[in-house]
Structures are given as structure tokens and as C-alpha cells.
Design a protein around this ligand. Structure first.
Ligand SMILES: O=C(O)CCC(=O)C(=O)O
Length: 335
């Protein structure tokens, strides 16, 4: 496989596929099911999956320019150990069959979720890991977000400019990166997947403002799934880190407890004309999951979930972080 200056396998193919997509020429025949590979490569490199396609679509750069853009975004050359780990991941992705998760047998050292946490997880499909990150690290990340948005945490008038909606597209920041590599978060994901061979997402953050003039500003407050509902739904998890203390009425995360255990039956019982995503999911009984700054929520992606409406006085500030194995199942059909 041809590599460029950075020596990263599959990167050139990723670049070429995105450019074909811009031109509408990436047919089914052009690419194997490489969603998981593209996903892991971009997150593993530290870029995430939002900025690289945006840059490629807008600029249509040469491959050399793309590599230069990566170095400039990261503020450094990817180090040798990372390039080696990525290249090994690419080879394994292409050559070895996917594993079925969670893996029961692997022995995870220094666990952070207790037996009671794990029992709660099995039953409810979510779990709250207290003090996943220090108050200081949360504060750093929160301040980075306020600064990026050009808002003053002490001045509510500054919160309601027209440009901010809910999501915060700040990806490259040392405070956010530090949280992505927090040890307690890593350990919790290792316990739930059953492996320590995990990659961290480089995802967005969000700032969920108190409602004003009766306008709901709570982003994805409608309950939803981020995974395909084509059966079978492979095991998967998502996570968020509270950067500010969050009471239940302050737009806390919400989900339907235990739905991962009955989703397949529920989907199977729907009439063919019923679209699960457009049904009244509120009637399924969602709960709010409040937390203090530094607490981390992990949920099974089969749970309908969303943010809550913020009826309090201070924004809820959150960083999304998920750790995942490169070969976790992604259903090829989106439904
Ligand atoms: O921010 C939240 O509370 C929910 C986030 C969400 O719905 C999502 O990540 O899909």
C-alpha cells in the first residue's frame, strides 16, 4: 500500500475516496465497507471525522497538501509510535475478521467500575463514573470552550449571540486532548468492551444554554439513536464528560433505562409503516442523568437518548468522548 511523507497506511486511499465523493464518483464498487477503518484512522490520528472531510470537500487539495494540513492541524508530526500503531491497526482491519464485543474473557487491570456499577450497566445500559477527570482539568476545558465561543461565563447576555446553537466545533485543544486520554475514562471503556486495544474519538463539545423567551436551545433534546436500527444492532457505547455541574433540570443527559435489552423485540413488533425514529419515544420513560463537573456518563448506543431542556440558570457544558476498538461492528445498512 502506497504511503506519503507521513508513512501512514490507508491515508492516501482515504483522501482519494473523499475527492471521488466530492465529484459524485464514489460508487459502491469503488470501496469495500471501510467505514470503521476510515473512522478509526481519522480519530486515531487525532483529527476526528468532521474537519478532514470538510477540508477535502472545500479545498480539494493534492495529497501532499493534505498531509501538510494534517501536520498543521495537529501542531506537530504524528510521532513514530502512533504511526506504527495506526499501520498495525490498518493491516489487522483488512486482514483479520471482526471480533464480537463485549469480550468477556480479557483481564482488565486497575478497573474503575465496581461490581455494582457493572450490574447497573447490565440492567440499565448506562453508568455514571464519578470523578473521571479532575475539577481543574474540567475547568480548563470549559474555559477553552467559552473562549472559543467568545462568551463570558459570568455574563448571560453574551450567551445568546446568533451564531451558537448547541454543538461546539472545537477539536484541537490541549485541555480537550488531556480529557480524551484520561486514565479513569480509558479504564471504564476497557471494562465495558473487554479489551484495552481502544482508540479515543476526537469529537465535538456542547454548550446547552438556559432557555430564554421560551425558546428551547437544547440541541438533540428529541430522543434518538446515533446507530443504524438495522438488525442485529452490534454492541456499542457512547460517552460524555460533564465540564460543569449539571442538575436534572439543567439540560442533563437523558436516556431510556434498560431499552438495550428490549430494542430488538420492540422493533420487531412495529408495523412496517412505522418509522421507529418518528414515534413518540418520550412515552418509553426516559430518565435524566445529572452529574458534577468531572463525572462521565457512558451509555449503550441502543438506548434512545438526548439532551434535556435547560430550565436552570447556567449552561450545561459537555465534552463527548468515546473509546472504541477498531473492529467494532458497524452495520453496513443505515436504517
Ligand atoms: O448532549 C447530550 O446530553 C446528548 C447528546 C446526544 O444526544 C448525542 O451525542 O447523540
Amino acid at each position: 500500500m502506497e504511503t506519503g511523507e507521513l508513512g501512514i497506511l490507508h491515508l492516501r486511499r482515504y483522501w482519494a475516496k473523499r475527492l471521488l465523493e466530492v465529484e459524485g464518483r464514489l460508487g459502491r464498487g469503488n470501496a469495500r465497507n471501510e467505514c470503521g477503518l476510515d473512522f478509526t484512522l481519522m480519530h486515531g490520528l487525532g483529527l476526528g471525522i468532521v474537519e478532514p472531510p470538510e477540508y477535502l470537500f472545500n479545498q480539494r487539495p493534492s495529497y501532499t497538501e493534505f498531509e501538510q494540513w494534517i501536520v498543521q492541524k495537529l501542531g506537530r508530526l504524528p510521532d513514530r509510535a502512533l504511526v506504527e500503531r495506526l499501520n498495525e491497526m490498518v493491516s489487522r482491519y483488512l486482514e483479520q475478521p471482526q471480533r464480537t464485543y463485549p469480550i468477556e474473557q480479557e483481564d482488565i487491570q486497575d478497573s474503575v467500575l465496581s461490581a455494582a456499577d457493572l450490574a447497573f450497566w447490565q440492567e440499565n445500559g448506562y453508568v455514571l463514573l464519578r470523578n473521571a477527570v479532575s475539577a481543574e482539568d474540567c475547568r480548563e476545558a470549559e474555559l477553552a470552550i467559552w473562549k472559543f465561543l467568545g462568551m463570558d461565563p459570568q455574563n448571560p447576555e453574551s450567551w445568546y449571540g446568533i451564531t451558537h446553537t448547541f454543538w461546539v466545533s472545537l477539536f484541537q485543544h490541549s485541555a480537550l486532548n488531556k480529557n480524551r486520554s484520561a486514565l479513569r475514562i480509558r479504564k471504564a471503556f476497557e471494562q465495558l468492551w473487554g479489551t484495552d486495544d481502544l482508540w479515543a474519538t476526537v469529537d465535538r463539545s456542547s454548550l446547552n444554554r438556559p432557555e430564554r423567551d421560551g425558546i428551547n436551545m437544547s440541541g438533540p433534546s428529541r430522543l434518538h439513536w446515533d446507530v443504524s436500527l438495522a438488525l442485529p444492532i452490534p454492541f456499542g457505547v457512547q460517552g460524555l464528560l460533564y465540564l460543569s455541574d449539571t442538575s436534572p433540570e439543567q439540560g442533563a443527559f437523558r436516556c431510556v433505562p434498560g431499552f438495550h435489552r428490549r430494542i430488538e423485540q420492540w422493533l420487531g413488533d412495529l408495523a412496517p409503516e412505522q418509522d421507529p425514529r418518528n414515534l413518540d419515544l418520550e412515552s418509553l420513560g426516559p430518565v435524566s442523568v445529572p452529574g458534577s463537573a468531572g463525572d462521565f456518563v457512558i451509555w449503550n448506543h441502543a438506548l434512545p437518548h438526548g439532551s434535556g431542556r435547560n430550565l436552570a440558570h447556567y449552561p450545561r457544558v459537555v465534552q463527548y468522548i468515546t473509546l472504541f476498538p477498531h473492529d467494532y461492528g458497524i452495520h453496513p445498512v443505515w436504517k
